[in-house]
Design a protein around this ligand. Structure first.
Ligand SMILES: *Cc1c(COP(=O)(O)O)cnc(C)c1O
Length: 421
């Protein structure tokens, strides 16, 4: 039996309606930008396996560092204990994070990092004797699949069964360059009628909202409004972190620094699951007390796993290296050139780019959306490129190590796909 057949017996895949999508592709090997399936077919991983493996799969530098760490210390409780990989990682991150970030709290996935950010915002006010029970979020954001994270995400058909159990959330539109005044009026209205604890947002690029991009200057105004009203700003950089936007973090494009930041995905270069919620000293101080109950009583078994910390440390070394920084600049330029070329195509409605994230919207009538995603996905896979269209959007978020020839192939298959629509 093939792996594909054996898979169907017992496995339940994430975000999958198995009746409609019964088959999973069995991957047996990944190296640099290439995934190989059980039949020996090769695919360029043009979305870095959900934006994680930014330094290429099975990166030799990362795997050798982790392999050494495995001989030394595998796992230890992080309550009451500490270790060098976590300490070194905190030092390395503080150097590249926005300058107001000063404390790091570990977890092991992006949704949990957001959950912790929400708890920090709520308990910050609670500890200071002020009960604030409402959160603000963007209309079509995505922050993960746990309850807090779902609550601050945009309303979607997938959340239907749970919507009755969500936290109190008020939603505002993302700034599009023309609606800032409307947003500010809406914010004033929200704070007039609610006690707002925090604002959770994806800065500059909203991943699941089909790589929707917004204006930094207007986001800055929203953040300034929040600061003025002591609303804790929680930047979800789970996707945008670690170089994707051309800077180490999307928040570095903004004047106003977030109080709290959520990190995961590329944090460990895709080798191991880990997440972090970082915050300013001011947030931390609200929890620092002689009173036990003012602490942040949240913890995951695998918090600060030493192997994951080591993978993250090696990844940050790579991110800061001249080679990767040069690669990022090259990819940005290539995307710009491709964008200029493809924007003229009559089947392309619009293009957009932030750093190495490139997206194009197809000019397709809604009634033809039906199986568009599947059709495109299968077309790309048959041509040896792993792209995962969202609605009528095709986007690229390839590893920083992608070769020029591979990137050109990605562009080519996108151009070819326009011909079959
Ligand atoms: C992926 C993602 C999450 C959720 O992270 P998981 O590790 O999948 O739980 C949260 N926020 C953003 C912006 C993401 O892209």
């Amino acid at each position: 039996m093939t792996l594909k057949e054996r898979d169907k017996k017992h496995l339940w895949h994430p975000l999958t309606q198995h009746k409609l999508h019964p088959d999973a592709i069995a991957i047996t090997k990944a190296k640099d930008c290439i995934l190989t399936d059980e039949n020996g077919n090769e695919y360029i991983d043009a979305i870095a396996s959900w934006y994680t493996c930014m330094y290429g799969h099975c990166n030799d530098y990362i795997t050798s560092r982790v392999s050494n760490q495995m001989q030394q210390l595998d796992q230890v409780v992080f309550s009451g204990f500490t270790h060098e990989p976590a300490i070194k990682l905190s030092e390395a991150l503080i150097e590249i994070l926005p300058e107001n970030q000063n404390k790091l709290f570990f977890s092991d996935n992006g949704s949990s990092s957001v959950e912790i950010g929400i708890k920090m915002a709520l308990q910050y006010h609670f500890n200071r004797g002020e009960k604030r029970n409402t959160l603000i979020a963007f209309e079509d954001g995505f922050h993960g699949d746990t309850f807090g994270a779902m609550s601050v995400s945009g309303l979607s058909v997938y959340n239907g069964p749970f919507a009755d159990f969500f936290l109190n959330v008020k939603r505002i539109p993302t700034p599009n360059g023309k609606n800032l005044q409307t947003i500010i009026t809406s914010l004033e209205n929200i704070i007039g009628h609610n006690k707002v604890a925090g604002f959770v947002y994806e800065p500059l690029v909203q991943g699941a909202a089909a790589m929707s991009m917004h204006c930094a200057a207007d986001l800055d105004e929203i953040l300034k409004f929040c600061k003025k009203h002591s609303i804790i700003t929680v930047a979800d950089e789970v996707m945008t972190g670690f170089g994707k936007t051309g800077k180490y973090f999307a928040s570095l494009h903004l004047e106003s620094k977030p109080d709290v930041m959520c990190l995961s995905k590329a944090l460990t270069g895709g080798l191991l699951p880990m997440a972090l919620t970082t915050c300013s000293q001011d947030i931390y101080d609200a929890f620092y007390s002689d009173d036990l109950s003012k602490g942040l009583f949240h913890g995951h078994t695998y918090s600060a796993n030493p192997l994951a910390c080591t993978a993250a440390l090696a990844s940050i070394d790579l991110l800061k290296s001249e080679t990767i920084q040069a690669n990022i600049k090259t990819i940005i330029k290539s995307h710009e050139a491709f964008g200029q070329k493809i924007a003229q195509h009559h089947k392309v409605k619009s293009i957009r780019q932030t750093g190495i994230i490139f997206a194009l919207d197809l000019d397709i009538k809604m009634e033809r959306y039906g199986n568009l995603r599947d059709k495109l996905f299968n077309f790309f896979m048959n041509k040896g490129v792993f792209l995962r269209p969202l609605g009528n959007t095709i986007y690229i978020q390839a590893p920083y190590t992608i070769a020029e020839k591979q990137l050109n192939k990605v562009y080519e298959v996108i151009e070819d796909a326009l011909e079959i629509l």
